[in-house]
Ligand binder design. Structure first.
Ligand code: HEM
Length: 59
């Protein structure tokens, strides 16, 4: 679905940064608010683990 970006194979830094920006709500345009609850309770280490996992998946 166009609304949900494909994150497999994106770079680690990009994924980590994006999730941090959702957590602080700094990223707020378009449908960003749909992401806020998913990361609200996660620690930096959680975000690092997610970024590491998704960045290693094939595009
Ligand atoms: C393991 C769970 C999840 C992870 C790791 C994750 C991660 C991400 C990341 C890194 C982005 C940014 C992608 C980009 O900029 O190209 C993103 C965007 C997005 N995610 Fe998630 N997400 C998860 C779950 C969800 C769920 C459950 C929803 C819906 C309720 C959701 C809805 C969206 C939407 C709508 C966007 C685009 C936001 C925008 O337009 O700025 N995600 N997600």
């Amino acid at each position: 679905m166009a609304l949900y970006p494909r994150i497999a194979g994106q770079t680690y830094e990009y994924l980590f940064q994006s999730m941090k920006e959702f957590r602080t709500k700094e990223r707020s345009q378009a449908y960003a608010s749909l992401m806020w609850p998913s990361v609200a309770q996660l620690t930096d280490q959680d975000l690092r683990d997610l970024a590491a996992y998704y960045s290693r998946l094939p595009w």
